[in-house]
Design a protein around this ligand. Sequence first.
Ligand code: ARG
Ligand code: ZN
Ligand code: CA
Length: 254
Amino acid sequence: RAGVTRIPVVVHVVYQTDDQNIGDAQVAAQIDALNRDYRKLNADVAQVPAPWQAVAADSRIEFRLAVTDPAGAPTNGITRTRTGLASFDTDDAVKSTADGGCDPWPADRYLNMWACPLGGGLLGYAQFPGGPAATDGVVILHSAFGTGGTAAAPFDLGRTATHEVGHWLNLFHIWGDDGTGCSGSDFVADTPNQGGPNFGKPVFPRLSCSNGPDGDMFMNFMDYVDDAAMVMFTQGQVARMDATLDGPRSSFTA
Ligand code: ARG
Ligand code: ZN
Ligand code: CA
């Protein structure tokens, strides 16, 4: 993949209460946040510790709200659906009009994002490449979506979407999804082996799995820290995104 890839995005706002019906500005702010993070234009990348500054990477991926809908008509890239459901979970009901959500736009042409109420403390979830088109995309809690408006600290910098879109591009969690063990891998060579997820705002260095002296790369977008503490992807992670855009999601590079 050469140059910059631009991904058309449709945001499906699914709401029961008026505050869940987030405004166009909050949606636009989410796209801006994605573009900063994926182009390494986020100012807080300066907080990457010195040993990892050289592996912090620009993914050369940009996001833009769709300007044409599936039928070819002009759109602002936002759909709005009132639902009778108080909250959704990971069962994909939000992705189905018949189940109280909103059907996706064609998944080979648009990144579908749903902003909605979620239960159980869930901030968001994503579908990896290779899954069914009918459920492809990412789902984000309305109050962890974008910046400004109803976005609530400590998840108010738009980074739940940065993280979930990472999964959509085939990135795994940085700790390797093996609980707190040291045998799991994210299949990325330049992220250190790490025990379990980190939360909050950790202090460097934070050691696990004999990974001293630098320890966990907790400031990576694919950890579970607060929005203000996650600031980087690595070159190795970008190589996985490249493989995705050259492979199962190559329809976006045509
Ligand atoms: N899937 C994760 C969750 O729901 C998302 C974590 C996002 N982290 C963040 N700082 N925004 O817990
Ligand atoms: Zn995740
Ligand atoms: Ca690793």
